[in-house]
Design a protein around this ligand. Structure first.
Ligand SMILES: Cc1ncc(COP(=O)(O)O)c(C=O)c1O
Length: 415
């Protein structure tokens, strides 16, 4: 098994050195956005200093911009396991998904059906609900509330011969459940529907292989995997070519350009490439013999998964000892390969906002509320009382940080 060099990883992230009220900052807010390594900051600055221009011009900075954007597509293609022209960049996953759903909506007929789930972030719900305006029927798959997993029987019930799109999350940004996406894709294809996967929460934690999944579309957000604020969408070449995105006339009709509306965030995309290279470097440090960037990325995720697994075991066993704590999601260590190290809890007598504030004053950053997974917080009956407290680990967190969190939570719970 490959080993993560955590000290080296942490040293790459200047933000981790911050203090709050004299306490070293503990970043447990990764599911809302991760910190960035110095190499990403350098790549963005370097773009602005040396290459800042619009694309396809007959001069040096424009030509360098073209190269940098091509490199960003190639890097994302290595991360997702696809071709560079199957990668569409945009401002964020939400905007890209609305653009895709609008284009798909142009092909739908009255009574066509779309399947979504209650476990999903609203960015994988609202763009599909918008198709109701075009006469589509949207069906929502339920969860098993006791462990916050998708009800796969309900997936089978909701998909039928009228289904045109099945939209599913790879992993829940609220409770960390990893869904059996390959099976959902298979079920979608069995009735001729397209499968859309929201991999935003999964991407910092596990390897993605769009060919093995056979999904038609998959979206993620580099700012959740150590890059700058941007969004990325994979689409099978045949779909990106056939569907008609809303676009301006002079813009190229080639893929992926026809989907990349307007001028992109060039410095951000320079940073995306550097973020992918950072993950690859994590892999090379674990497995120096990795033959190419894709192999290095897979090695990185092996190391990250093993490390995060140990951390989340420590976190969850510690949380379950705290008096008055309610835990949402998978808690059985034997099933931890079905979850990311993102957990949601509540404490008796303290609202999630009070807990987050208490921790925040001690330099521990967590999120309270619904983090836009509002269908889930409503389903769990916690939406009207402040949602849940979300604790999200990534590979730059440590066992000492988990201890600090547990000690602080325990003290608050006993007040
Ligand atoms: C699972 C999931 N999907 C979608 C989104 C939306 O991503 P973006 O902010 O890139 O639009 C988020 C953001 O928190 C998320 O966690």
């Amino acid at each position: 098994m490959s080993t993560l060099d955590v000290a080296w990883c942490r040293a790459q992230f200047p933000a981790l050195a911050q203090k709050v009220n004299g306490h070293p900052a503990v970043f447990l807010d990764g599911p809302g956005g991760t910190q960035v390594p110095q190499s990403v900051i350098n790549a963005m600055c370097d773009y602005l200093v040396r290459s800042n221009a619009n694309t396809h011009g007959a001069f040096a900075t424009s030509q360098r911009s073209d190269e940098i954007l091509a490199e960003a597509h190639a890097a994302m293609a290595d991360l997702l396991g696809c071709n560079a022209d199957e990668v569409v960049f945009g401002p964020n996953m939400t905007t890209l998904t609305f653009a895709l759903s609008r284009a798909i909506g142009r092909e739908l007929h009255n009574g066509d059906e779309v399947v979504i789930t209650r476990l999903d972030h609203d960015a994988n719900v609202a763009p599909w609900r918008a198709l109701e305006e075009r006469g589509a029927v949207v069906r929502s798959v339920d969860i098993s509330a006791e462990d916050c997993t998708l009800d796969m029987e309900d997936v089978r019930r909701k998909i039928n011969e009228r289904t045109k799109v099945v939209a599913v999350g790879y992993a829940s940004n609220a409770v960390g459940t990893i869904n059996d996406v390959a099976e959902v894709v298979r079920l979608a294809h069995s009735v001729g529907a397209r499968a859309f996967v929201d991999a935003v929460h999964y991407a910092p934690h596990g390897p993605i292989d769009v060919r093995a999944l056979d999904c038609d579309f998959l979206a993620c957000s580099p700012y959740k995997f150590f890059g700058p604020h941007a969004g990325a969408l994979y689409g099978k070449r045949e779909h990106l070519t056939r569907l008609r995105p809303y676009k301006v006339r002079p813009a190229s009709d080639e893929i992926p350009d026809r989907w990349e509306t307007g001028t992109q965030n060039h410095e951000g995309l320079a940073g995306v490439r550097a973020a992918v290279d950072y993950i690859a470097e994590v892999g090379r440090r674990a497995v120096p013999s990795a033959a190419n960037r894709r192999a290095a990325l897979l090695a990185a995720y092996d190391a990250i998964r093993a490390y995060e697994r140990r951390l989340v075991e420590k976190l969850i066993s510690g949380l379950l000892e705290i008096p008055g704590l309610t835990f949402y999601g998978i808690r059985d260590p034997k099933r931890f390969d079905r979850r990311t190290p993102t957990v949601a809890i509540r404490l008796a007598n303290h609202t999630p906002k009070e807990i987050a504030t208490f921790l925040g004053e001690r330099g521990i950053f967590t999120w309270d509320g619904n983090y836009y997974a509002i269908n889930l917080t409503e389903r769990l009956g916690v939406e009207s009382s402040g949602g849940m407290l979300r604790i999200g680990l990534v590979h730059y967190n440590t066992a000492e940080e988990v201890d600090r969190l547990l000690t602080a939570l325990d003290a608050l719970a006993r007040r």
